[in-house]
Design a protein around this ligand. Structure first.
Ligand code: OOG
Ligand code: NI
Length: 463
């Protein structure tokens, strides 16, 4: 509770992510199975690596290590997106980054709503990858207009949720009772509805334009389509999923296994086919199926600078040119080998990563550095002398190629489709009603602030 009597936005976010997790485990039992596997693998990883255990005990809460880190939704209209921005703001989540997925054959563009401050991330890092349908990429004009008409009629937020968002904005926060109600009301927007709002015939047409379009347009709201806990050993979970009766996607997205983890590695179990009902003209319901919901896991590494990211992108492209991963997993080990080999060109010790300017680090005084005062040394010399240490800053965002891989494998493996690449951040920001935060500038700012703190305390000459 803050001084004003309002509940802190970090607490509201924590309550929301816990409520969402409970709802999703209930709705998608395979997700509960994945959560249990992740918790087991994390326990084993901590038990077998006391050094990691010690390190994580300092920086993270060990008892919440296996909790969700992110989820994802797909929205249909600008109005839905801008209202969602206001909803997330109440929970201390800001739009960070712009992701164009049209290049990868997915007709959406996206941002991630997430906490940005270090303290907030520590309390609860939950974020939501949020995509907006690009109706402008649907070629068939009749279908495009039909989809727009269906979307314009739906209301994805409850009246209670809208009322509480306005109240939070007006007052600058919510008291305990309102916060509790807010979480309950907002959760409704993310709930699964097994009754479609369009006929089976329209669903089929949307589906053949793109499966994602059918998923976004045909239902009452933007059901949460996956949640993603953190794993300490993603390769282990990937390997063990089949023993638990869940089918993993063909490959782990992102960089290969390394000593010094970079960016983000993710994998998922494939989306389930679920029974749904379509309304008929005579008021009855017709049975059918829809595939949308899955479970994912993630393991994060250091945030890369633009220079590091260019190298990462180049190497990833090179690996994919050597071996394009097939959706059925038939060449998965060949792809993994190509990836590992190509990524040898990316330095794999923290010191080299730092010296080459490839990653963002947080600098702090060592115990020895704290004892000494007013040392006339630049930052590099102080690092050399053991007065200043550097720790990797964790990447908290997403990767478009990986996201496309996650989308694709959960849309069905025949869904690959070509769109003309057309990033349109301006249009996205207009629809969002705000500008997205630039992730690189954000990490650079964290690094800069940590350097300034060092310089202030010890009075080093300018770095
Ligand atoms: C979002 C896929 C992207 C990730 O982890 O990269 C994503 C979606 O399928 O809606 O969540
Ligand atoms: Ni995800």
């Amino acid at each position: 509770m803050t001084k004003s009597g309002f509940v802190g936005s970090d607490s509201i976010r924590s309550a929301f992510s816990a409520a969402m997790s409970a709802m999703y485990r209930d709705e998608v039992p395979a997700y509960g199975t994945l959560m249990r596997l992740v918790a087991r693998v994390n326990e084993e990883a901590l038990a077998s690596d006391p050094e990691m255990r010690e390190r994580l005990a300092v920086t993270d809460s060990l008892d919440r290590i296996s909790e969700e880190r992110h989820g994802a939704i797909r929205l249909g209209t600008a109005q839905e997106l801008s209202t969602m921005r206001r909803v997330f703001a109440v929970m201390g989540m800001q739009p960070v980054g712009y992701y164009d997925l049209s290049t990868a054959g997915v007709p959406v563009h996206s941002t991630a709503f997430r906490p940005v401050g270090d303290a907030s991330l520590k309390i609860n890092p939950f974020r939501v990858f949020t995509s907006l349908l690009r109706l402008d990429l649907i070629k068939d004009e009749v279908l495009r207009n039909e989809a727009a008409a269906v979307l314009s009629r739906r209301k994805i937020f409850t009246d209670g949720a809208l009322e509480l968002v306005e109240k939070a904005e007006r007052q600058g926060g919510l008291d305990g009772q309102d916060a509790e109600r807010f979480v309950r009301e907002v959760l409704e927007t993310f709930r699964w509805h097994d009754k479609a709002t369009v006929s089976a015939e329209i669903y089929e047409r949307l589906h053949s334009a793109h499966r994602l379009i059918a998923d976004i347009v045909s239902f009452k709201g933007p059901h949460i389509n996956h949640l993603t806990p953190r794993t300490l050993n993603i390769d282990q979970v990937q390997e063990r999923m089949p023993h638990e009766g869940i089918v993993p996607k063909a490959i782990v997205e992102g960089p290969p296994t390394r000593r010094c983890p970079i960016l983000l590695r993710q994998t998922s179990f494939k989306a389930l086919e679920e029974a749904v009902l379509f309304p008929e003209a005579d008021g009855s319901w017709r049975g059918g199926f829809h595939t949308a919901r899955f479970g994912e896991i993630e393991q994060r590494g250091i945030a890369l600078t633009p220079k590091g990211r260019v190298l990462y992108d180049r190497l990833l492209n090179e690996a994919r040119e050597r071996c394009r991963p097939a959706a059925d997993g038939s060449n998965a080990s060949e792809y993994e080998a190509a990836l590992a080999e190509v990524f040898r060109a990316f330095p794999d010790d923290w010191s080299s990563i730092r010296k080459h300017g490839l990653g963002y680090f947080s600098y702090s005084l060592t115990a020895e550095g704290q004892r000494r005062e007013g040392i006339d040394m630049d930052l590099e010399a102080a690092v050399e002398a053991g007065l200043v240490r550097f720790d990797p800053i964790v990447y908290e965002d997403f990767l478009p190629v990986s996201a496309a891989g996650i989308f694709q494998s959960n849309l069905g493996d025949d869904a690959m489709q070509e769109f003309i690449a057309s990033p349109n951040q301006k249009m996205f920001e207009r629809d969002l009603g705000a500008i997205v935060l630039d992730e690189f500038a954000h990490y650079a700012g964290i690094m800069r602030a940590s350097i300034d703190r060092c310089l202030r305390h010890v009075g080093f000459a300018a770095a």
